[in-house]
Design a protein around this ligand. Structure first.
Ligand code: UD1
Ligand code: MG
Length: 451
């Protein structure tokens, strides 16, 4: 097929530089601002330690501010080809012709993304300070995603979903989800912002999840850049994936070399590289034994950053594949989140001060007996080995269950272990999830999609 000439990618080098700045900035700022946070009463006790020293909390605010500041400083770099007169407007005839027209659309993509990140930072910080209730904080990310959805709409973003081959006899090859697709995307922002926050509570957990997801997204983006011939990864050989963007480049039957596709993945890289930098710098201070806590701010802002690139660069389904541990943890948590099973304020594992090991923590039925539905759900989970139940020896009624998080499941399956060892298990599961995601996305997609 005829490939477009590779578009220039000058800003990528600058973006790598900004990522290094982000890393060094977080490394330096987090410990130097820690005492200021403690003075402002932003501190927490490490639940899984013997000591009581106050640990500065919500340092995610420092990370988020640094990240957003760098993204703002980067704007002129992202549009540097306009200054050099090299920008070629997409979608116009381009027989060697240089059309020097400002890419307003790309600017609105960039600015609306910043707006969503700022809203996530604000919500996260308010949650840290005021402990917002669940039903109040759930809708806010949905509202924060409206600017993104509007920009998506403005470029006639696809709302069609390609039907897997085995279901085509029933549904045809394409279904247009229309407005439902927008509902899906706004729910994506709520999911991404909250799912990391509920897989939390041991040193290093929140930020290491964000780091592994960011690196996975970066690797995926790199596949789409116009590498010199010879370095290019022939995506069509790997099988074209599920992310068929109708009317876009996939639909046109080109796997790489298209300007639009490159632009989208460059945009994603501009947002993900500094995020990875900030996370790596913060992880150093949050690693066991933690000298700083991320707070909800970090969970929300990283989650929103992923939602932003997934929506704006049109790969939300691939993105969800990188959230496999979070999806499993969310589904497992549902009975507690929606009130079927009691949900204590903290579901983190229980610390045994004598041995220094973590054990699964529990939630107990104190006031009332579990409902029939709850008993059914808990028995099924117990049969699957995901919870351990305690029963009343006389009546056989369930009195206690281990909390429904994958951290507790790891402890149940692999036995009690130290906090730093548990976080390594979590990181390993996140990495394994990403490897699986790449296999599904590029290795297996041809089984169900013909591209
Ligand atoms: C979420 C979880 C909660 C978990 C908490 C831990 C749900 C529904 N909520 O609540 O079960 O216990 O996160 O972050 O799943 N902390 C540590 N070590 C760490 C990180 C945090 O001990 O490495 C403790 C500190 O006391 C810190 C507190 O957790 O002050 C922060 O909890 P917060 O983020 O406010 O809890 P939620 O996000 O509401
Ligand atoms: Mg939290």
């Amino acid at each position: 097929p005829l490939l477009d000439p590779p578009p220039p990618v000058p800003a990528l080098h600058a973006s790598v530089g900004f990522a290094i700045l982000a890393f060094l900035g977080a490394l330096y700022l987090v410990p130097s601002l820690g005492p200021t946070f403690v003075n402002a009463n932003l501190k927490g006790r490490d639940l899984l330690k013997t000591y009581d020293d106050p640990i500065p909390e919500s340092l995610g605010l420092v990370c988020a501010s640094l990240y957003i500041l760098l993204l703002i400083l980067f704007i002129p770099f992202a549009f540097s080809d306009v200054f050099n007169g090299q920008h070629q407007s997409t979608g116009k005839p381009r027989e060697g012709l240089i059309i020097n027209e400002f890419p307003h659309h790309q600017l609105s993509v960039y600015l609306s993304s910043l707006l969503s990140l700022l809203m996530a930072t604000m919500l996260g910080f308010l949650d840290d300070v005021f402990d917002i209730r669940w039903r109040h904080k759930l809708p806010i990310p949905i509202i924060a995603s409206i600017p993104l959805l509007m920009v998506y709409y403005s470029e006639r973003g696809a709302t069609d979903v390609v039907v897997p081959i085995p279901l085509r006899w029933l549904l045809g090859s394409l279904i247009n989800l229309g407005p439902l697709y927008y509902v899906y995307m706004s729910l994506l922002s709520t999911f991404c912002t909250n799912s990391i926050n509920i897989l939390a509570g041991i040193n290093g957990s929140e930020v290491s999840q964000a780091l592994v997801i960011a690196v996975s997204v970066i690797l995926n983006d790199l596949l789409y850049l116009p590498w010199p011939i010879g370095f290019r990864i022939p995506l069509h050989l790997l099988g074209r994936g599920a992310e068929v963007d109708v009317g876009g480049v996939w639909g046109a039957g080109m796997a790489y070399g298209s300007t639009v596709l490159v632009e989208r993945h460059l945009f994603s890289l501009y947002f993900m590289l500094p995020l990875a930098g900030v996370c790596a710098g913060f992880l150093y201070h949050n690693w066991y034994p933690a000298r700083a806590f991320p707070g909800d701010t970090l969970c929300y802002v990283t989650g929103m950053a992923f939602a932003v690139v997934g929506i704006q660069a049109h790969y939300s389904k691939t993105l969800l594949l990188f959230f496999l541990p979070q999806i499993v943890n969310f589904v497992l948590s549902c009975p507690q989140l929606f009130g079927l099973v009691p949900c204590p304020r903290h579901r983190v594992p229980r610390f045994d001060a004598e041995t220094g090991l973590l054990h699964p923590s529990t939630a107990s039925y104190k006031e009332h007996a579990p409902s029939r539905l709850a008993v059914f759900v808990l028995r099924v989970l117990a049969a699957l080995g995901l919870v351990r139940l305690t029963e009343d020896p006389r009546t056989g009624a369930i009195t206690e269950t281990t909390n429904l998080t994958i951290l507790n499941v790891f402890l149940l399956r692999f036995g009690p272990r130290r906090e730093d060892s548990l976080v390594k298990v979590l990181i390993a599961s996140q990495v394994a999830g990403s490897v699986f995601a790449f296999v599904v996305r590029y290795g297996l997609a041809w089984l169900v999609y013909d591209g």
